[in-house]
Ligand binder design. Structure first.
Ligand code: NAP
Length: 382
């Protein structure tokens, strides 16, 4: 019997999950899907989807009438906890997926997650829940394969690689003048806008360091980052015997299939990929001085408590403001820093406190900072 999937999000990653379901009909079937504004007609027809969640009330009525299926407004958690579902895939962007991730793990589901923000903001809580959480982020999938059942004491370091985004090598470029259009052109990965901007600021890599800390139980001192422009080395495991890289083509289909098939071996392969000649060249001591968001966000991760939740909320609104040309790329880490300067830390927050903190940073604190650029030392609009 194919395993029934609830797919949350149908952007760049969600579409690749659909591609895997299409390629492996014996193994997987698309039972339900959640989006915000995306049109779902074609996918409902093609895959015989039974339940959907949408963010537009007009779509609820229309889809129900045209397809006679169950359509609800913003019901991510209902889809994710449905008793018919075997696998929940969280391919949402931003922090909207936290509650559904929590609920599906509480319902003991297998959850394949690419959405970083829930783990960054609430990793300690999510890792303690009864379901099975499998990250299909390529660096995390590589780390999982490299570490397997190793003792943490035997690991000297797990090094996560980073493409560097579009501007790492362009040393003479004034990053405050970079437009959203330039920042959206990532050198190796085709991704949604939020993660593409996070890659340009290297904040995405800081989020992955925090993810790895939670997923693998590694202390921050055992986590590091290296620049690898080709994105074919995804992580490197350092032990007393030397460095072991995890090498695979730069395709999200590979880690996604590993997540879907787990604990079975993945049946998906990319046989025709040709590795570039110089594809193992690494820069092991990256210069992140032009990208202060990286160190800042790793430091906030180390602090733990409520700080990462405020950071996630502040980053979310700052990225949207940059995309609307209201602030500069270089203003994004400043918005995060100023936001964190205005909040009270709290150790061991519960899920509710984390959700409140993310939303408060997003909708009030950081938003206010963006609205008063001069007062808070931002360059501000283009
Ligand atoms: N793309 C990659 O290669 C890649 C690699 C590693 C990790 N990731 C992570 O994977 C996640 C998804 O990335 P992506 O590139 O696929 O992003 P994306 O293309 O922007 O897609 C995001 C999807 O989430 C949906 N969504 C967002 N908020 C929602 C809400 N409140 N309710 C329902 N649906 C909602 C969007 O729906 P609408 O379009 O209808 O608004 C869209 O379908 C991100 O967290 C990213 O960090 C991505």
């Amino acid at each position: 019997m194919p395993q029934k999937i609830a797919l949350l999000g149908l952007g760049s990653v969600g579409s690749q999950v659909v591609e895997l379901i299409r390629q492996f009909p014996q193994d997987f079937t698309l039972e339900s899907i959640a989006v915000n504004t995306t049109q779902l007609d074609t996918i409902i027809q093609r895959f015989g989807v039974n339940k959907v969640s949408v963010g537009l009330s007009s779509e609820v009525v229309r889809l129900q009438r045209e397809f006679g299926i169950e359509v609800r407004l913003n019901s991510l958690s209902e889809l994710a906890t449905d008793k018919n579902i075997d696998i929940v895939v969280n391919a949402l962007s931003g922090y909207a997926g936290l509650q559904a991730t929590y609920d599906s793990l509480m319902a003991k589901k297998k959850v394949v997650i690419v959405n970083k923000e829930p783990l960054v903001a609430a990793g300690e809580i999510l890792m303690g829940l009864p379901g099975k959480l499998i990250s299909a982020d390529s660096e995390m999938a590589a780390g999982r394969e490299l570490i397997k059942d190793m003792n943490i004491a035997d690991i000297v370091k797990l090094i996560i690689t980073c493409s560097g985004g579009p501007f790492y090598d362009r040393k003479g470029v004034d990053l405050s003048q970079i437009t959203p259009e330039e920042a959206l052109a990532h050198p190796t990965w085709k991704m949604g806008p939020k993660i593409t901007i996070d890659s340009a600021t290297l904040i995405n890599k800081a989020f992955e360091i925090i993810e790895a800390h939670h997923l693998f139980g590694l202390p921050y001192d055992k986590l590091g980052m290296a620049i690898h422009r080709h994105s074919v080395i995804h992580a490197i495991l350092r032990t007393s015997e030397g460095d072991t890289p995890y090498i695979s083509p730069p395709s999200m289909l590979i880690p996604l299939a590993q997540g879907l098939f787990s604990p079975r071996e993945s049946l998906y392969t990319e046989e025709n990929y040709r590795y570039p000649d110089d594809c193992t060249q690494l820069q092991k001591d990256p210069d992140t001085s032009r990208f202060p968001g990286y160190e800042l966000c790793v430091q906030i991760g180390r602090e733990g408590g409520l700080a990462p939740a405020y950071m996630v909320g502040a980053n979310e609104v700052a990225v949207q403001a940059f995309l609307k040309r209201r602030i500069r790329l270089t203003d994004i880490p400043i918005v995060i820093e100023r936001t964190l300067g205005q909040v009270q830390q709290q150790a061991d927050p519960d899920l509710e406190a984390i959700k409140v903190a993310m939303s408060f940073a997003d909708k009030s604190l950081a938003k206010n900072i963006i609205e008063h650029p001069i007062k808070y030392g931002l360059i501000g609009p283009f």
